[in-house]
Ligand binder design. Structure first.
Ligand code: FES
Length: 160
């Protein structure tokens, strides 16, 4: 089914585009906006829509989507958990945090929990190196993690 926005969302999208010197420059924010409107993933229909709106080729838009890990190329869980695995966090136990998340959620990194609530991922440095181990849940950071804190966070996501 073709992707479409309501008239109000179309106006919001055009307001986003107006902040940039040309339509191509608005590609990333417009993709973020459309991803959010599409249940948090970028389908082929979204790519076609964005390409048409910004006068770009679908190949260009697809190139942007596949380059940045913040664009989901398939449906994801309601929440997204990113566990940083880069050096500072790794030295402070990121492996243990990730392993615990996998066990609790019943899925491996890169997968979605069987109840569809959480997609678990690993991330490269999220610029919070002094407070590792850390993870990002949707748009919020959780730092200086312990297994107990991870349990509290995952409980809120899966039981809330
Ligand atoms: S190494 Fe984990 S936030 Fe930088």
């Amino acid at each position: 089914m073709a992707f479409a926005l309501s008239a109000e969302r179309e106006r919001e999208l055009e307001e986003i585009v107006s902040r940039y010197p040309n339509r191509m420059a608005a590609c990333i924010p417009v993709l973020h906006f459309c991803q959010e409107q599409n249940g948090n993933w970028v389908s082929d229909e979204v790519i076609e829509y964005v390409a048409r709106k910004l006068d770009l080729s679908t190949a260009h838009v697809k190139g942007v989507v596949t380059f940045y890990t913040l664009f989901n190329q398939k449906p994801v869980g309601k929440h997204q958990v990113w566990v940083c695995r880069t050096l500072s966090c790794a030295l402070r136990g990121a492996d243990r945090i990730l392993e615990h998340c996998e066990k609790r959620l019943g899925c491996r990194a890169g997968e979605t929990s069987p109840d569809g609530k959480v997609t678990l991922r690993t991330a490269e440095c999220l610029a919070s190196c002094g407070t590792g181990p850390m993870m990002q849940v949707d748009k919020r950071y959780y730092e200086n993690l312990t297994i107990e804190e991870v349990d509290r966070v995952l409980d809120r996501l899966t039981k809330g």
